[in-house]
Write a protein that binds this ligand. Structure first.
Ligand code: 6CS
Length: 338
């Protein structure tokens, strides 16, 4: 990064965040999409702790809403105002269409151990995705799963017919809309900030998210019928502004990589058992909640609609998307065969 660009980036950040530009190199800014104690926050705090314990740098963590919605914090990172960001592929789809691969239903298995092994070992995740993010000026540091997706709605969902005329909120990526179209619902893409109110006022009939988030965001209060459809995992990604990262010394780049590794290990430990604990809390807090776990036959009715979503993914992403999908499937086979 040129000195000029560095100074410009530093001063824009300093003005926006009311800091002196002298602090730029020492105090790194990191925003994520969740609340205190949620999975992305656990990752961010572990990253911060590692950096601060092993260097003179400090990390300022910004949680959901402090600097805007997910798209805002991504824009601020691409502009160099923030040094680090955690944005989920659910929102990155318009920037990096291939990131929508996580929304092809029934691609990932439900078994947690297999999924964790996949994220650790997958060439698609650890080698191909960093190249795709780099094209957008982003240094991808980690991709990690947060939990299995669960549908919540105003009544239990056991078949695609139950989804008919239901407005289901989805994160703002086109492929996720295709998934819910294929499932028979009416997908409604919205940023996170509009979801609770939308469910409360009946503008929305349901949504999907991992259990910990359904508990921490209080979604069960306004959307009390939970259905385990087994169709996917909420995955997220943590990255740095690439100009910033490339401008770091070798020692600081290593520090950042080590901090991301330490945060990843800590977060993976944190998510194990989290869904079960959160579900208990939900059941304790509400008498209205129902929990439906689809059986194999019911799942089959949804699973057979997955190929049409895969087709759309390939239409949206072309050759690069196909290459990624083939590698993704190969990596999945490697961990399920063992
Ligand atoms: O549904 C959403 O938009 C949010 N869900 C999670 C689990 N994390 C952040 C995201 O914004």
């Amino acid at each position: 990064m040129s000195l000029n660009k560095l100074l410009t980036t530093a001063s824009v950040g300093a003005v926006v965040l009311g800091m002196s530009s002298a602090a730029y190199s020492d105090n790194w800014r990191y925003a994520h999409e969740e609340y205190e104690g949620d999975v992305q926050d656990v990752f961010a705090i572990a990253f911060k702790d590692y950096i601060e314990e092993n260097s003179d740098h400090s990390v300022q963590v910004y949680r959901f809403g402090e600097l805007g919605e997910s798209d805002d914090i991504m824009e601020q990172t691409q502009n160099g105002i923030l040094q680090f960001v955690n944005q989920s592929p659910g929102f990155t789809g318009s920037l990096i269409p291939e990131a929508q691969i996580f929304f092809i239903p029934y691609l990932l298995p439900t078994d947690e151990e297999t999924v964790l092994e996949f994220f650790d070992e997958s060439k698609a995740i650890n080698e191909m995705f960093p190249e795709l993010y780099a094209e957008q000026g982003l240094e991808l540091l980690k991709m990690y799963p947060e939990g299995e997706m669960v549908v919540t709605a105003d009544e239990p969902i056991t078949s695609p017919e139950d989804f008919e005329n239901k407005k289901i909120r989805v994160m703002t990526n086109p492929l996720l809309s295709e998934t819910y179209n294929a499932f028979g619902a009416t997908p409604t893409p919205l940023p996170w900030g509009e979801v609770y109110g939308g469910l409360q006022t009946g503008i929305l009939d349901g949504q999907e998210n991992p259990i910990f988030w359904i508990e921490s965001g209080g979604l069960y209060e306004v959307s009390p019928h939970l259905t385990f459809t087994g169709h996917g995992w909420f995955t997220t990604a943590m990255m740095a502004n690439q100009d910033f990262y490339e401008g770091l010394s070798d020692e600081d780049q290593q520090l950042v990589q080590d901090a991301a590794d330490a945060a990843y290990d800590h977060t993976i430990e944190h998510i194990q058992g989290l869904a079960e604990d959160s579900l208990e809390k939900i059941k304790e807090a509400s008498d209205e909640v129902t929990v439906t776990r689809l059986d194999e036959e019911q799942i089959q009715a949804f699973r057979e609609r997955a190929p049409q979503v895969e087709e759309k993914y390939l239409e949206m992403t072309g050759e690069k998307g196909e290459e990624l999908l083939n590698q993704f499937k190969e990596d999945l086979e490697a961990v399920t065969e063992e």
